[in-house]
Design a binder for this molecule. Structure first.
Ligand code: B3K
Ligand code: ZN
Length: 850
């Protein structure tokens, strides 16, 4: 399981592969415990490499035989792979290995999930299937033959011969091994069809376990919308005769873009109105799009090495966010993305796990599928687009596809297409890829003789291994609003390139109020001395929806900080402003629902820490409770009115309009519950016609500590639906009061339906505990100990999910000495576990720090 001495891999050490692959033939003889994999691989020396060291990756494989050009050989084998002598020119390497899919609980390589075989190869799982140069810059066409007694046998590409007990597949597009996939099982398909804009017919399928057929329609609709959007917006057509999606229950992440055979965590593809919330539908639409878009940004153009991961992930996240904006509401999508960015990426970037969007080194690459690589990576592309404009972006992307199709490319290649297409020098922009940390952007303003001056100063704090950071180019979108609320200067993008820089606006009749960083034009922390009156003014008048929301959020935050620090009462200015906003009929209901949301506990803890305070999780929780009560008192009548007004009476559709209405009605229900103790929530629960309503009502009942009956009823109704049961587990923990959270979690881990082998269920319990901030950080330390116990138990089975979930501890340095001592002891206990995986060792050591 564990390597003796985990090695650090450096970007600077990259060398081209000594051998390239012209063709791969694989035969799988499936057996739950003894699957045979027979490979025949055509190699040739790589003219771009001096080395003639022939090494193939391979882990946990039992070699049956190996041959070079037909002659049997006895290669040298160690825990990482195989080495042997090879002839000078091109040659064929053959091997037969045995692997045990049933014993594979790490869910990497070939494994079994509910009786079906499936694979996950990214990043380095193919080496657990057979000996191969398992690196993304080795690309080859694959022919695959699967032999087994299951009715459905799938692999990448187009179908070939098939008959009783076998099926053959041909993937003509050269691909790296990480995009290989195989699925075999008793599956049923939900079919679909798409004709590309050049007239090619593509057969589409979503494959599921019998019983789940009724939950595929939305996935198919989303897939077709994605295919169409990529043609219209990026000019990218699909390139095979067939596109398959498969749903599996046991999966370490959301989904995987294997060529022509995407594999999805069932939670990210299966949906029905009765079992899925509006948020689930939206997320499924986005993930289907994301994986589909990888066909061009990831598969046709892949990464040279894993340091370039953001090349495909940042770009594909950016593309899927554009898609969602087009399908739904652009401002709502932007606000939701920024909430998530701050919650996950800013948190990461300001703690011990901070790393550049393109890291310089890693021990275990699976630990770098992070919010920084994905979400900050997408922000960099968004900034590039702002800097070069829509036309420049389009020209650069066209050039990217033309120049790099079939390549394993780098960030240098990516930036070069922008430079060549637009004539812009991007050397300073590149720092965004190289330097970790969230820049602080301080702004001050001057008003003199009709001239308004904004003076900015940028500073990025030190992060592990990076002390000094030179200034970056920051696009700052700014608009100016006159004292009467009219916009006096439309949005303009200021390009900051220096450490300090001023921008002047002339010819103004009166001192304006600036709206800075509109649309969140750069992933920075804006620091500006301002007043609540000005925040309320912007909330009322800003024409930029993002900054309008941001003003409300800033007002809430300022009031909450006073409540936490000085036990001040809830801020009347905030309550008045929010009351006016929520009744503004010109605003999208989804926007109003978002604006009713309050900053999270974690967000407030970070703000307090940044200001030099030591956050007290209990005090933060109490302040939020007090403010929610005050909002309820203030909004009582309005909430009742909104609740009635936004009931959807038409047949359920998961579209933006209906989900927005339900979001606002459910936000109103949350407010009402604070006053009626759950009566309205119980009525909604009893009458709910879809999961969005049922779950919101259940959540309110739990919150009002009136959830016992609903907890039982919900269980009886949904006990046979794994995905709905995940919600049941999660909600009880998330809604538990701080003193009860660990106890509730512990109790649920003893429930017969709890299993740590299923990552979704593990996340729904132990992940939910970490989400309950005040509960997790309860002064007893019980939350810390419980999570550590379970991470220690899970690690031998599933290192990837264990390592990922250890990030619950990443903010520990924010807290008081007592909590730091408790967490430090838990981290040490994890690190001392015998045989701890490379994944978890790397993560926990980085969190623990020097
Ligand atoms: N590329 C995969 C993630 C693979 C994670 C490997 N630990 C899904 C995605 O980003 O689309
Ligand atoms: Zn991706």
């Amino acid at each position: 399981m564990k390597d003796a001495a985990p090695q650090t891999i450096y970007l600077a050490d990259y060398t081209p592969p000594p051998y390239l692959v012209d063709k791969v033939h694989l035969t799988f003889r499936l057996d739950p415990e003894k699957t045979r994999v027979i490979s025949k691989i055509d190699f040739r020396p790589n003219p771009a490499s001096q080395s003639r060291d022939f090494f193939l990756h391979g882990e946990d494989l039992r070699l049956i035989r190996a041959a070079v050009n037909g002659a049997e050989i006895t290669p040298e084998i160690d825990a990482q792979g195989l080495r042997c002598d090879v002839p000078e020119g091109p040659f064929t390497f053959e091997a037969e290995v045995e692997i045990n899919p049933s014993a594979n609980t790490a869910l990497e390589g070939l494994y079994m999930s509910s009786g079906m075989y499936c694979t996950q190869c990214e990043a380095e799982g193919f080496r657990k299937i057979t000996y191969y140069p398992d690196r993304p810059d080795v690309m080859a066409p694959f022919d695959v033959r699967i032999e087994g007694d299951l009715p459905v046998l799938l692999s990448n590409g187009n179908p070939g011969d098939a008959g009783e007990g076998f099926a053959e597949w041909h993937d003509p597009w050269p691909k790296p091994a990480y995009l290989f996939a195989l699925v075999a099982g008793e599956l049923v398909n939900h079919p679909g069809q798409f004709t590309t804009k050049s007239g090619k017919d593509v057969e589409l399928n979503i494959w599921v376990r019998p019983g789940d057929e009724g939950k595929c329609a939305w996935g198919m609709e989303s897939l077709i919308a994605s295919m169409k959007w990529d043609e219209e917006v990026y000019g990218r057509e699909y390139d095979l005769d067939l596109f398959n999606i498969v749903a599996v229950d046991d999966f370490n992440m959301g989904a995987m873009e294997n060529k022509g055979l995407n594999i999805f965590n069932s939670s990210c593809v299966l949906a029905s109105p009765e079992t899925s919330t509006d948020a689930n539908f939206e997320r499924i639409e986005a993930i289907i799009a994301h994986e589909y878009f990888h066909n061009w940004t990831g598969n046709r153009i892949t990464c040279r090495d894993w340091f370039q991961l953001c090349l495909k992930e940042g770009l594909t996240v950016f593309r899927d966010s554009e898609f969602t904006s087009d399908m739904r509401s652009e401002p709502v999508k932007r606000i939701s993305d920024v909430i998530a960015l701050r919650a996950r990426q800013f948190r990461e970037d300001n703690g011990p796990l901070a790393h550049p969007v393109r890291p310089q080194s890693f021990v275990e690459i699976n630990n770098f599928y992070t919010a920084t690589v994905y979400e900050k990576g997408a922000e960099l592309i968004r900034m590039l687009k702002i800097l070069v404009g829509d036309d420049g972006y389009k020209a650069a992307l066209d050039l990217y596809f033309e120049r790099h199709d079939g390549d394993a490319a780098t960030i240098e290649d990516w930036l070069k297409v922008f430079e060549d297409a637009t004539g812009r020098d991007l050397s300073q922009f590149k720092r965004w890829y190289e330097d970790a940390g969230t820049p602080r952007l301080k702004v001050s303003e001057r008003w003199e003789d009709g001239t308004f001056t904004l003076e900015f100063e940028q500073m990025t704090p030190p992060t592990p291994g990076q002390d000094d950071k030179p200034p970056r180019v920051i696009p700052i979108a700014v608009g100016l609003i006159g004292p009467n609320g009219d916009e006096v200067r439309d949005t303009q993008v200021l390009e900051m390139t220096e450490a300090r820089q001023s921008f002047r606006f002339e010819g103004l009749g009166a001192r304006p109020i600036p709206s800075i960083l509109r649309g969140f034009s750069a992933p920075v922390i804006l620091e500006r001395e301002t007043s609540d009156a000005e925040r309320a003014f912007l909330l009322a008048h800003d024409t930029d929806p993002f900054n309008k929301w941001e003003a409300g959020r800033a007002l809430a935050r300022a009031g909450l900080l006073r409540m936490i620090r000085d036990s001040a009462p809830a801020d009347e200015a905030f309550l008045d402003a929010i009351l006016a906003m929520v009744q503004d009929e010109s605003l999208d209901p989804a926007f109003r629902a978002l604006a009713l949301g309050l900053p999270s506990q974690d967000d407030l803890a970070q703000v307090l820490h940044d200001a030099g305070d030591t956050p007290d999780p209990q005090a933060i929780w109490e302040a939020l409770e007090t403010l929610r009560h005050a909002m309820a008192e203030k909004m009582q009548d309005v909430a009742m009115r909104l609740y009635a007004q936004f009931q959807v009476t038409e047949a359920y559709r998961p579209d933006a309009a209906q989900s927005g209405a339900r979001a606002l009605a459910n936000a109103a229900l949350g407010i009402i519950t604070r006053l009626d103790g759950g009566a309205a929530a119980q009525a909604q629960y009893d009458a709910a016609g879809n999961m969005t309503q049922q779950l919101a009502a259940f959540s309110c009942l739990l919150q009002a500590e009136r959830g016992a009956a609903a907890t039982e009823a919900f269980y009886d109704q949904w006990k046979d639906d794994r995905l709905v049961m995940d919600k049941w587990f999660m909600l009880q923990i998330v809604q538990a009061t701080p003193d009860k959270a660990a106890e509730v979690t512990e109790h649920l881990t003893r429930h017969p339906d709890f299993t740590m082998k299923n990552p979704n269920r593990f996340r729904a319990t132990l992940g939910a505990l970490a989400m309950n901030s005040a509960g997790f950080h309860h002064v007893s330390g019980r939350g810390y100990a419980l999570l550590a116990d379970w991470l220690i138990k899970l690690d031998p089975l599933n290192p990837q999910t264990t390592a990922r979930m250890s990030t619950a501890f990443e903010t520990w340095k924010r807290y008081d000495a007592g909590r730091q001592a408790q967490i430090g002891a838990e981290l040490d206990r994890i690190l001392a576990s015998p045989g701890l995986s490379r994944d978890t060792t790397e993560m926990v050591s980085r969190i623990r720090g020097a």
